[in-house]
Design a binder for this molecule. Structure first.
Ligand SMILES: Cc1ncc(COP(=O)(O)O)c(C=O)c1O
Length: 465
């Protein structure tokens, strides 16, 4: 780690990437040359969409936090896969709730409570419309995507899985989509089966298909990888899973904020996402579930709001979604999530996606032009569209050192670590990576600033060799 005392950087760094050869995939050790740059592919990012009138340039002014300097340098925020920034419209919606009609929902008959209830339920409707759910009763507000997955695990999982049943996942799942199913497997005797990656470092959907059988009761799969930037064909996976009678839970944390997601089109049984990655506030996320499934599921948490009648010895439960929303919910946050959906919809999710594909290609090409950088995940092509993020390593430098130097010397914010995907990092033969992740309010100049800063960072570390 770099430690800074004043301006003095203490080196050498005690942290180093552990490069573990993978017994199943011996080629998956750190590759010290940039594969894409050595292959010199035709640049994919020549589109005028990235010019001065780009979506990034047009929307940046809406995000107050981006207009600041840190240590005398313009902030370049490239940690959007961890959490997105919030436009003024969302901040105002949150403040307006607390200033104008803060009150509890579903219980008061006074004006403020009725207004808060209406706005809270309107936010549910906005989420339903945004992902094309059939009805707003299919949207359960949760604390975040993690809680939404736990809800399915504890409610649906514990009452539907038994010894020998199989849950199919990929090695690239986020911890929040793995650990709850480990709990359930320990309690029920169900078996977790993991799909590996192809040579192109995409979760292997052919293997996934082969793994499905009448034993499979659930497939848990991400839509867009938060490390590999790969995008999975969810509609196909759902159709294969349904053919063997299995349900599918889609972790859409990295897709819902960046592209059109249509749950009816995908035919997903469950889908989860977090508001804070969608330009909304923290503390709120949602579970989409087909109503016929939700209505058969027992409660997850007990308490106020989720009941129909309470007696001293037993209770009856409300219909979904109330059944799964025990206690006072995150009211202002739900309303502000509604405002973020209005904001995103005003831009248009297809516009956001098209712009981000260009930016993603530009980021990938630019990063691959930096010597000794290894980018994980598939190379973009006319058929492979990467999400706008790159996880990477630089030969002989720890990603945390890279991220720290970028932050302290250049005010460029990226992430380093395992990105809550330790099994995936182990599979790739490393214990950590750096990650630059973009959103639609990022610009080509942000990418250029990052690359310039990265080159400077690499030169700095190289000078100690
Ligand atoms: C792919 C993926 N799944 C799940 C999560 C968990 O989201 P949250 O921490 O908001 O519950 C994240 C967050 O980083 C993610 O990227």
């Amino acid at each position: 780690m770099i430690t800074m005392e004043g301006l003095v950087l203490k080196l050498p760094s005690p942290l180093r990437i552990v490069r573990r050869p993978n017994p199943n995939h011996p080629y998956r050790v750190f590759r010290s040359v940039c594969l894409a740059s050595s292959a010199a592919p035709a640049p994919l990012s020549t589109d005028p969409k990235l010019g001065p009138g780009s979506l990034g340039h047009l929307t940046r002014p809406d995000f107050p936090i981006l207009h600041q300097e840190l240590n005398g340098k313009k902030l370049v925020y490239l940690d959007n896969a961890a959490t997105s920034q919030k436009p003024a419209a969302v901040l105002n919606a949150l403040q307006n709730y607390y200033e104008a009609y803060n009150s509890n929902v579903h219980r008061g008959i006074h004006y403020l409570s009725a207004k808060a209830t209406d706005e809270y339920e309107l936010a549910r409707q906005k989420v339903a419309n945004f992902i094309n759910a059939s009805q707003c009763r299919e949207i359960v507000f949760t604390r975040n995507a993690t809680e939404a997955i736990n809800l399915v695990a504890y409610s649906w999982g514990l009452s539907n899985l038994k010894k020998g049943d199989e849950v199919v996942l990929t090695v690239a799942e986020h911890h929040s989509a793995i650990v709850p199913w480990q709990f359930v497997a320990q309690r029920t005797g169900a078996v977790l089966k993991f799909v590996s990656l192809t040579e192109d470092e995409i979760p292997d959907v052919d293997k996934l298909r082969e793994m499905l059988s009448r034993q499979t009761k659930l497939v848990v799969v991400h839509h867009v990888s938060n490390v590999l930037a790969s995008v999975l064909p969810i509609d196909q996976i759902v159709s294969w899973a349904h053919d063997v009678g299995a349900k599918v839970l889609v972790d859409a944390c990295q897709s819902v904020p960046h592209m059109v997601v249509d749950v009816k089109g995908l035919d997903a049984d469950f889908l989860v996402a977090s508001s804070h990655k969608m330009c909304g506030p923290t503390g709120i996320g949602f579970l989409y579930g087909k109503y016929e499934l939700l209505s058969t599921m027992p409660p997850f948490l007990g308490g106020g709001e989720m009941i129909s009648d309470v007696y001293l010895d037993h209770s009856t439960y409300a219909e979904p979604p109330s059944r799964f929303e025990a206690g006072t919910p995150a009211i202002g946050e739900a309303i502000a999530l509604g405002a973020s959906i209005d904001y995103l919809s005003g831009i248009g999710m297809q516009n956001i996606h098209d712009y981000e594909v260009e930016l993603a290609n530009y980021l990938y090409d630019s990063l691959c032009s930096v010597p000794n950088v290894r980018v994980y995940g598939p190379a973009p092509s006319r058929t492979v569209k990467r999400a706008a993020l790159c996880s990477f390593n630089v030969e002989d430098a720890h990603p945390t050192d890279i991220a720290t130097f970028l932050d302290q010397q250049h005010s460029v914010a990226i992430r380093s670590g395992h990105h809550c995907a330790q099994p995936l990092h182990r599979y790739l033969g490393v214990n950590a990576s750096a990650r630059a992740s973009l959103h639609f309010y990022n610009t080509k100049e942000d990418v250029d600033d990052f690359i310039q800063a990265l080159n400077d960072t690499i030169s700095f570390f190289a000078s100690f060799k």
